[in-house]
Write a protein of this length. Sequence first.
Lengths: 153, 282
Amino acid sequence: MADMKLTRDGKAVLTTYTLGACIGVVLYDPREKVGGILHFMLPESRMDPQKARLNPWIFADTGLPLFFEEAFRLGGEKKRIWIKVVGGAEVMGDSAYFSIGKRNYLALRKILWFHNFPLLSEAVGGNVNRAVRLEVSTGKLWVRTPWGEDREL
Amino acid sequence: MSLVDTILPFITELPPFPAVILRVLQLVEDPNSSAQDIVEVIQYDQAITANVLMVCNSAYFGLRQPVTSLRDALVKIGFNRLIEIVLARGSSYIFYQACHGYRLGVGELWRHSVACALLSQILSARLKKEKNPTQFTAALVHDVGKIILSEFVRDHLEEIKNLVQENHHSFIEAEREVLGIDHAELGGKIAERWRFPPNIISGIRYHHTPLSAPTFQELVSIVYLCDLVALMTGFGGGVDGLSYPGYKEVMKQYGLVEKDLEQIVNQLESELKQVDLILNIR
């Protein structure tokens, strides 16, 4: 939660907590087998710049650029890296007042666009809880919802 | 016999809520009682006292001199913190269990409850209200109905799932339609049996329908909003997920906008250590 994990450890399996309106950004370089997940909670660091310095992973705009940098440092290369996105769920009804999930997703899209990263696939929105699991040796990614079986994304 | 008639008798199978906690809740509402009076009541319960002292002496508080009595704790960590620990200690054994029908594993409902209780204090402060143990308790126990309804939700999950996924019912509407009662109303009945004060009963009963609450609207609205924020933040989200209605009327009534909810999430994240501290009180 408001955290990031990147690794080249082929034995590693990375998971998130239940995401709710938060977003799990999954990054993978299939050749170097560098894989990681960023779990951010809020779109913009503007609300609390001091917090962003203490824990940049909580915000999309401070977490994502550092997440990319860290992936490059571990040997990931931009032209091979794929990104998949999970989470950003919403409550029902008056979405303008309860739109953290949507705002998280829009912030993410903006940053991916700015950094010129394509988004390979996503499981976002709706009212459903999701959690993810990334197998670093293969790059296989599963999305778990409480309704049923894990689904590969 | 309807399904509700089958469900209601299970209320009597829940363990009683600790008498000492109920007494504490009475005293905090009584303007004539002092913090010392409350401490005196608590210290008669040795199990709770021992546990509270252990928590006060944990690394979290980083006290140089160990806390040796509740009076000592009152001075060193303050009344609100002390009461929160006592309330958590009194509730955790009921809320720690798994609710399989909601696909909540062991400890997950408790995690949701604790997040909600801390959020209630964060939101109260934001609304310029004093921190208050009654509000904390209402948020902590708001989902008690799930403990009993869980088994029935499990038995009828396919029907509930259809209503939620195909007909876009909220989870609470689907519970009502399929089971004849929802977890909020059932929770209200449990709280009545436990002889909770009426404001906490309302907080439980109307935590998904705050606009219908006839009294104690503010307490109810805070529980309602904190529940939504806890769900949005992924604290203990089960099969019901975020399938609950967000009402802009409640936000407008308290002059809140979307950014306020983001601030509350941000503050909760700063207090995750405190969440962990309370989670481990058992």
